[in-house]
Design a protein around this ligand. Sequence first.
Ligand code: 3PG
Length: 306
Amino acid sequence: MKVLVATVKPFAGAAVSKIKEVLDESGYELKLLEKYEDKQQLLDAVADADALIVRSDKVDSEVIDAAEKLKIVVRAGAGYDNLDLEACKSKNIVAMNTPGQNSNAVAELALGMMVFLARGGFNGKPGTELRNKNLGIHAYGNVGKYVGEIAKGFGMNVFAFDPFVNDADIEKDGIKAVSSAEELYKKCQYVSLHIPSNEKTKASIGKNLLSIMPGGAVLVNTARKEVINEKELLEVFKEREDFSYISDIAPDCSEDIEESFDGRYFFTPKKMGAQTAEANINAGFAAANQIVAFIEKGDETFRVNK
Ligand code: 3PG
């Protein structure tokens, strides 16, 4: 069995070693394609692969068509908006993610960016504190849970909205469940986004929610830039001098924001929420194990294209 690990943004070395260990044990071969610049390199590399591990790398129908022997693709991470699930299904290829494996890393970045902004980018001038501020968690999944846990450590008042999670499951973590997105945004000076990017959520965060946030509003995005309505985001930036946006990866309209709204934004140069050795090891190890379990026993536990 040939397993291709194709990552434009490579895993930490320790994660690759861990993947190799798992594959060696089953007599599988590891093929590594890191930092590729050209899609053709992926198309060539995937041609003889039985299994594929990726991160945010785009696996579209062209990649699937080139992958003549492929049986399974695992997105080592949570969001699988980079996989063409239908294309996989049409070729009988199982698609999986590794939920929860990199969540703590993403949550730490969310809080880290909040502190960074609250302290003026560590510019030495008086900033503000997170204690006693309201934080709204928009979607209470694996990352949202960690954000809540860490934020409580900061002494924040934590609220969450998630239509797919029972209030009781939120409240047992000491977090107040609210019944609509509007209620969350109205209540919380800080809102941290943890919704996936899909047809329903794309461009769903706009003026209707951002304009009702309390004074000193800060939107924190470690989810996907696509969930933001950028035209309306810019309008909110213009209309509210007290509004800030911090995001793990710059929005398409970053130049407009950087030009006019100094001190009210922070964007990572590269998506780096999951860029820790620990997260890479967890997600890579899980991906390799899931491939072995599927090939050897038909285990489809983390399948996302049933
Ligand atoms: C995820 O969905 O798991 C994160 O966004 C991580 O993405 P990455 O593997 O590209 O860093």
